[in-house]
Design a protein around this ligand. Structure first.
Ligand code: MN
Ligand code: MN
Length: 279
C-alpha cells in the first residue's frame, strides 16, 4: 500500500535524477522519540522561500533535477523494515538516486539492504558522534545504536569509513576492529579530510556528528563535534561516485528555530550536487 503511493510519485519522474524520500520512523530510538517528525521539517527548509535551490558548486536543484517522492506511510505496515527496503529498491529501479530523510539511524540498515541488491561493491561514508556498532543494545537488533553492526556482519558494505566519532567505548572499538571499520575520530581530525573511494559510495549523515552548537535538535547531543563546513568540505572534496544518502536523527522536539532542520537541508543540497557529478 505504501509502495503504491511511492510508485505513483515515481511515475511522475521525467528528467529528474534524484529522489527525496522521507522515512518517518523512530521506533528503534533508545532514549528519546521525535526523529520521526523530521522529514516534513527538513523538506520545509529545503524548499523554503528563505533560500534558493542552487548549491554552492553552481548546481540548480530545481524540479527538473530533484523529485520529491513524499514520506513513506509506515503507520499500518506489518513490517516497516521490509517496506523501507522495498521502497529504496523501487526508487533505484526507476533509475533515480535516493536521498532518504530520517527518522532515526536504525533505518540505514534496511536502506542499505536495498542498495546491496543493486551494487556488488559498496562503500559507506558515515558521519556521526557515535559508531552505532553495538552487537546488542537493549535486546533490539534493530536499535539505532546497532545499524552498522548489522550492515557489516551481513556483508552489506565492503568498506565503512566513520567520521566525527567521539563516544567509542571498549566494546565498539572491538567491533570496529572486527569489521575493519576505518574510524576517523574527532580527536584526531586535523586539517582537511580528503577521502577517496574506488567503489560506489553511500553517505549516511547522523546530524549529531555535528557539534550541538550547530545542530541542537538531536536526541543525543555530544559536544566537541564537526562544523557544517567540515562536513560539506569533506563531501565536496570526496573522490568517488555517490549513489545514495540518508540524513538522520534530526529531532524537531529538541530543535531551536528549526536550526537543525536548516543545517540538514543544507547538507542534503551539497550531497545532491555531488551526486549529480556522476548521475
Ligand atoms: Mn547514528
Ligand atoms: Mn549519533
Amino acid at each position: 500500500m505504501i509502495l503504491e503511493s511511492l510508485k505513483a510519485a515515481l511515475e511522475k519522474s521525467d528528467r529528474q535524477k534524484l529522489a527525496l524520500v522521507g522515512i518517518p520512523d523512530d521506533a528503534n530510538s533508545t532514549f528519546l522519540r521525535g526523529a520521526a517528525e523530521a522529514p516534513p521539517k527538513i523538506r520545509a527548509q529545503l524548499f523554503s522561500d528563505a533560500f534558493n535551490m542552487w548549491t554552492e558548486t553552481g548546481v540548480d536543484l530545481g524540479e527538473d533535477v530533484l523529485l520529491d517522492a513524499g514520506d513513506l506511510d509506515l503507520g499500518e505496515v506489518p513490517d516497516a523494515w521490509a517496506a523501507i527496503q522495498h521502497a529504496v529498491e523501487a526508487v533505484l529501479d526507476h533509475g533515480l538516486t535516493p536521498i532518504c530523510l530520517g527518522g532515526d539511524h536504525a533505518i540505514t540498515w534496511p536502506i542499505v539492504k536495498g542498495f546491496r541488491r543493486k551494487y556488488d561493491t559498496l562503500s559507506i561514508l558515515h558521519f556521526d558522534a557515535h559508531p552505532d556498532l553495538y552487537d546488542n543494545f537493549g535486546d533490539n537488533p534493530r536499535s539505532h545504536a546497532s545499524p552498522f553492526a548489522r550492515i557489516m556482519e551481513n556483508h552489506l558494505a565492503d568498506r565503512l569509513v566513520q567520521v566525527g566519532i567521539r563516544t567509542a567505548n571498549g566494546h565498539q572499538r572491538k567491533q570496529a576492529r572486527r569489521f575493519g571499520v576505518e574510524m576517523i575520530e574527532m580527536r584526531e581530525l586535523t586539517g582537511d579530510l580528503s577521502l577517496a573511494f574506488d567503489s560506489p559510495v553511500y553517505i549516511s549523515v547522523d546530524v549529531d556528528g555535528l557539534d550541538p552548537a550547530y545542530a541542537p535538535g538531536v536526541s543525543h547531543p555530544e559536544p566537541g563535534g564537526l562544523s557544517p563546513r567540515q562536513v560539506i568540505d569533506t563531501i565536496q572534496r570526496l573522490d568517488g561516485r555517490i549513489v545514495g544518502a540518508d540524513i538522520v536523527e534530526v529531532n524537531p522536539r529538541r530543535d531551536f528555530h528549526d536550526l537543525t532542520a536548516v543545517v540538514a537541508a543544507k547538507i542534503v543540497k551539497e550531497v545532491a550536487a555531488k551526486m549529480l557529478v556522476h548521475a
